[in-house]
Design a protein around this ligand. Structure first.
Ligand code: T1G
Ligand code: NAD
Length: 708
């Protein structure tokens, strides 16, 4: 018979015989808010002090156990009790404490479970210490208890990898004691607690065991790991702090090692990388909250058509097949559809070769693919995505066909990079069903999906596009119609700034190096060589007739393309790629072309420091980002951030260009733009939004809340 005893709103407690059951109930993910911490502490003290209680069971309500500390509290004044205090109190309990885990036990949530004396999990449980993804480290005992439970290496893999493991792997690693059948964690936990009492199981404190059996071997492992991590983590702060905390635990008494861990944890809290990574975490969750996803329901999305089987059409088809949906691809003729099917199959053949999927699995996927040269085969599709040549007449002809054959209510999307989607929509009888779905190459890999919203589209079509992004596990960003939407429009600006610096004296290799040092995987000239210089060249030629004659135009890229040097696909571009190398080497002939262009343009070259290169590069990016927000092409600055984090390789720990601007201060960015405007006032026009925010002493973050 259960005896009700006092509870907090976020942690309800009840008695089940001799077991005190504490249920953490803080939707949506049972984050360890101050109230949850208070409730857990109360429960441990109540269990300790109530003579009738012989064990304490911790279990989560709703979707899972505990998803970790409440990330929204970071950077704010801490509220008592601290999580280390709660964990240490649980571990110190003189009566067995059992944690029953279902769904996720992440970060501080797993630390609470590791502070308990026994752990049981349902088969669906996911256990992890993902703090490193937020620029943090376990700060409530994780670096000390995980190695003691799992062994040194598995624990470090969990903390440095930041990826959760399943129940089976957790059991094998010693992180949990048992996997329970069924789907009722509370019942399984109670049964386990009663068994422990029946067998007079002792209290088992993880902190009592040594961190590592062989300290010298452990020290050598940690030394090597620190060296590897320093290389791999490209400037990330917290991974090395994790190793430092574990290493200290080899020699320090347990309590002291916990205090040391906390000290290192607070250093991570103060690091700007934490602010950038936490911003990225929440920004990726905010971008899906568009006006249309709040006001409209998505249409049916059970079958997809793709027109065009080239680079993008094939990648899009694979992304849709990977999401478990059937795909009908339409091409111009038999030869083209055969090529389209081959482009799709090539991806799966590669996975079979790598042993990532079986031939049977490939056959199952390809069974959902059908190729055709007849538009009539798209009549049943809920959504059709056009990915044909980047030519307005070709695209309008395709949409005329789709208007003729597609069923009423079908969503008609274009993957155009630059063309006017309003014009495409206006060319058919159902403009309300037309939307832009701008994938990035390779479309089955790149996470970003710009959802481009033309003037006449209906809200449920936009909602359907977001639903597709969810199914394809893409990161959707809502964009307005303009040349290049959000990403490519801003890219054009900072790429121009880079080209100006090359003509003025910097080498493309210096610029790439500075951009890599800033945290990017690649610099702009390496990216151009990867994507193919011919795409940008086609765009420049298309724009030649409308380009402002007063605007500065650097012809270096044209000179290189005129030689057919498009990059990796032609063996050379800005770099040389001998024998198909993937990493290029600087090309003296390119430097000669640059010198010749400087003379032709009458430019006296000068030196550029890495610092100045990045000031100009980022000022161009941020200034145009501000214009994109001001014009409503992006809903909020965070949409610009997510675009660059998930589609353009922007270093995640900086949070994106607009977050970076807030970190260095908008006044400094504006000052840079104004300084550079003295040389070229046409290119460097301060964004009115930047000027306005600086004048009001505000930052981009202040614009990140949609009209709440
Ligand atoms: N704190 C606050 N809010 C959180 C949260 C958290 N830990 N986790 C999720 N949310 C919000 C999220 O913003 C969203 O809000 C809603 O919950 C649903 O999330 C001391 C310091 C748990 C796997 O890193 O990985 O513990 O948008 O959309 O896809 O050592 O959320 O609806 O308003 O992501 O089903 C470590 C972070 C913290 C886990 C669920 N923990 N969360 O995924 O839903 S650091 C984490 C996740 C720590 C200690 C340290 C995922 C999820 P909204 P969602 P989901
Ligand atoms: P591609 O040349 O590789 O493929 C285009 C395909 O369209 C060809 O296979 C061609 O046979 C087919 N096609 C042409 N006219 C057709 C018609 N009337 N009916 C059916 N099929 C037809 O081009 P791509 O790189 O895949 O680009 C496709 C679209 O995606 C373009 O609008 C491009 O701007 C855009 N895009 C390209 C990239 C990229 O990095 N390549 C990235 C984003 C968007």
């Amino acid at each position: 018979m259960s005896t009700p005893i006092p509870s907090t709103a976020a942690v309800q407690t009840r008695r089940e015989g001799a077991v005190l059951v504490a249920t953490i109930d803080n939707p949506p993910v049972n984050a360890l808010s101050a109230e949850v911490r208070r409730g857990l502490l109360q429960a441990a003290e109540a269990a300790e002090s109530d003579p009738e209680v012989r064990a304490l069971l911790l279990v989560g309500a709703g979707r899972g156990f505990i998803a970790g500390a409440d990330i929204r509290e970071f950077g704010k004044p801490p509220l008592p009790p601290s999580l280390p205090e709660v964990c240490n109190r649980i571990e110190a309990c003189s009566k067995p404490v059992v944690a029953a885990i279902h769904g996720v036990a992440l970060g501080g949530g797993l630390e609470v479970a590791m502070a308990a004396h026994y752990r049981i999990a349902l088969p669906d449980a996911k256990l992890g210490l993902p703090e490193v993804n937020l620029g943090l480290m376990p700060g409530s005992g994780g670096t000390q208890r995980a190695p003691r439970l799992m062994g040194l290496r598995p624990a470090l893999d969990l903390m440095l990898g930041g990826r959760p493991i399943g129940a089976t792997e957790a059991l094998e690693a010693g992180l949990i004691d048992r996997i329970a059948e069924g789907n009722d964690a509370a019942a399984a936990g109670l049964e386990y607690a009663l068994q422990l009492l029946a067998t007079r199981a002792a209290v088992r404190r993880t902190g009592d065991s040594p961190l590592a059996a062989d300290r010298e071997a452990a020290r050598a492992t940690l030394k090597q790991l620190a060296a590897d991590t320093a290389k791999k983590s490209r400037g990330l702060f917290s991974p090395l702090k994790i190793i430092e905390a574990v290493e200290a635990g080899l020699d320090l008494p347990f309590e002291e090692a916990l205090r040391n861990e906390r000290k290192l944890f607070l250093q991570c809290i103060d690091s700007p990388q934490r602010a950038g990574l936490v911003h990225a975490f929440f920004a990726e969750r905010e971008v899906v909250k568009a006006p249309e996803t709040r006001s409209a329901k998505p249409r049916a999305l059970a079958s997809v058509g793709v027109v065009g089987g080239g680079t993008m059409g094939a990648g899009i088809a694979v992304a849709v097949l990977d999401a478990g949906l059937p795909v009908t691809m339409v091409e111009r003729d038999e030869a083209s559809i055969a090529r389209g099917r081959a482009n799709v199959e090539k991806v799966y053949d590669g996975l079979v070769q790598k042993g990532r999927i079986t031939p049977d699995a490939k056959a199952t996927v390809m069974a959902r693919f059908s190729g055709s040269t007849s538009y009539a085969d798209l009549a049943g599709a809920d959504l059709v995505i056009e990915a044909v040549f980047e030519d307005m007449d070709v695209k309008k002809a395709v949409f005329a066909e789709l208007d003729r054959v597609a069923k009423p209510g079908a969503v008609l999307a274009t993957n155009t990079s630059y063309l006017d989607i309003d014009a495409i929509a206006a060319s058919i009888s159902r403009p309300q069903d037309v939307i832009g779905l701008h994938f990035f190459s390779p479309a089955n890999i790149m996470k970003l999906l710009e959802i481009v919203v033309p003037a006449k589209v209906s809200a449920d079509v936009v909602a359907t596009a977001f639903e597709l992004a969810k199914k394809l596990k893409k990161v959707p960003v809502r964009a307005g119609v303009c040349d290049g939407f959000i990403g490519n429009r801003i890219l054009a600006k900072y790429r121009q700034a880079a080209d100006f610096m090359v003509e003025d004296g910097a080498s493309p290799y210096e610029i790439d190096e500075a951009v890599r040092a800033f945290g990017y995987p690649m610099g702009p000239f390496q990216v151009s060589d990867l994507a193919g210089g011919d795409i940008g060249w086609a765009t420049r030629k298309r724009k030649a007739t409308t380009r402002d004659p007063r605007a500065r135009y650097v012809q270096i890229a044209d000179r290189i393309c005129e030689r057919g040097w498009f990059g990796q696909k032609t063996g050379r571009g800005y770099y040389l790629y001998p024998q198909g190398a993937r990493t290029g080497t600087p090309d003296p002939e390119v430097l000669a072309i640059i010198d010749a262009e400087r003379q032709r343009a009458g430019v006296q070259p000068r030196r550029f420091s890495a610092e100045e290169i990045m000031r100009r590069y980022m000022a161009a990016m941020i200034n145009e980002g501000a214009n994109v927000v001001r014009e409503g092409i992006a809903l909020r600055p965070l949409d610009v951030d997510v675009t660059f984090l998930s589609g353009y390789g922007f270093p995640r720990y900086r949070g994106g260009p607009m977050k970076y601007a807030d970190t260095i201060g908008l006044a400094r960015v504006l000052a840079d733009v104004r300084e550079f405007a003295q040389e070229d006032p046409l290119f460097w026009q301060p964004s009115p939004l930047l000027v306005e925010l600086v004048a009001q002493g505000r930052n981009f973050e202040s614009l990140n809340r949609l009209g709440e």
